[in-house]
Design a binder for this molecule. Structure first.
Ligand SMILES: NC(=O)c1ccc[n+]([C@@H]2O[C@H](COP(=O)([O-])OP(=O)(O)OC[C@H]3O[C@@H](n4cnc5c(N)ncnc54)[C@H](OP(=O)(O)O)[C@@H]3O)[C@@H](O)[C@H]2O)c1
Length: 281
């Protein structure tokens, strides 16, 4: 199968390349492939992929509050061009989206058909990207994931691993709950979504849930460190963008298709102990 990966140099793109080794991969990324330029539609058409995994995005959640036009241009309009290109060559489109499309007011896991109501400009731009993917490419699947971490790029897990080596204690937000997802696990599950029998929206996250503070404690423990991890509130963390307090996703549709991701706690221990994060960010 001929698979185009956008955002190939990003965190998920890296693990997709390591996972989809039995396929012919076409790798595209900024700046040669720029989602703010309409020419990216033609770039998709020109390589005639069977599947497009659209992982490229404006991913700076706090930055999007300051650059809403850019976030919308990349995540919404850019996705429309990719979707139009995919549709023209009858390719399947897998659009990677986020738990931040939800407002976090639920207290039970979000289902695929729960109404979205993003709190942040990043979430709004990704939701608009979802709508445009589904509207402009008939064979598209929106894959919502959350709290992603992997060996490549910056992420919470690698940051906590570094801080646990540098500091005598950690202070971490304890009033947001979600599902940490290992990028390699997500890539494995995406490999099973390449064929066109699932369409619409799916949730694909690590199994189970936790707070950021519980995740940090698990990281410290997996490292064999003894330092205390103190809970703080979202308000104390003082981030620019609002985040959902509860964004646990139920992976119902995937489970019906026989696809599941490992428990977040198992993957995390494996990640930390394997030295999979050689360049701790
Ligand atoms: N990270 C998370 O916790 C998380 C959670 C839920 C969903 N997601 C979604 O999962 C997907 C993959 O995330 P990730 O963590 O792999 O993100 P990432 O590491 O930030 O990678 C994003 C990629 O998109 C590229 N990009 C940015 N602006 C672009 C533009 N104008 N044109 C073309 N490419 C552009 C980036 O290139 P440069 O590096 O050159 O800027 C980078 O290679 C994204 O769709 C994201 O929204 C992520």
């Amino acid at each position: 199968m001929r698979i185009l990966i956008t955002g190939a140099n990003g965190q998920l793109g890296y693990d997709l390349q390591r996972t989809l080794t039995s396929h012919e991969l076409i790798l595209m990324d900024f700046p040669a492939f720029d989602l703010t330029k309409p020419s990216c539609e033609e770039q998709v058409v020109n390589v005639r992929p069977d599947v497009v995994i659209h992982a490229a995005a404006y991913t700076d959640v706090d930055g999007a509050e300051l650059q809403p036009d850019l976030a919308m241009a990349v995540n919404a309009l850019g996705t429309e061009w990719v979707a139009r290109g995919a549709a023209r060559v009858k390719a399947r489109l897998l659009y990677i989206s986020t738990d931040y499309v939800f407002d976090g007011l639920k207290r039970t896991p979000y289902l695929e058909n729960d109404p979205a109501n993003p709190l942040s400009l990043y979430g709004k731009s990704k939701l608009e990207g979802e709508c445009r993917a589904l509207a402009h490419c008939p064979n598209s699947l929106v894959v919502r994931t959350s709290w992603l971490y992997g060996a490549h790029g910056k992420n919470f897990v690698k940051t906590m691993m570094r801080l646990a080596m540098e500091q005598s204690e950690l202070r971490v937000v304890a009033d947001q709950r979600g599902c940490p997802t290992n990028a390699a696990d997500l890539a494995q599950s995406l490999a099973r979504m390449l064929t066109p029998d699932i369409r619409g929206i799916v949730h694909a996250t690590g199994g189970g849930d936790c707070t950021w503070c519980e995740l940090a404690s698990a990281i410290v423990s997996a490292m064999g460190q003894q330092i205390p991890v103190h809970p703080i509130t979202t308000a104390q963390a003082g981030r620019r963008a609002a985040r959902p307090r509860y964004s646990v996703l139920a992976n119902c549709v995937l489970k019906q298709s026989g696809i599941s991701l490992p428990a977040w706690s198992d993957s995390l221990v494996q990640f930390v102990k394997s030295g999979a994060a050689p360049t701790v960010a």
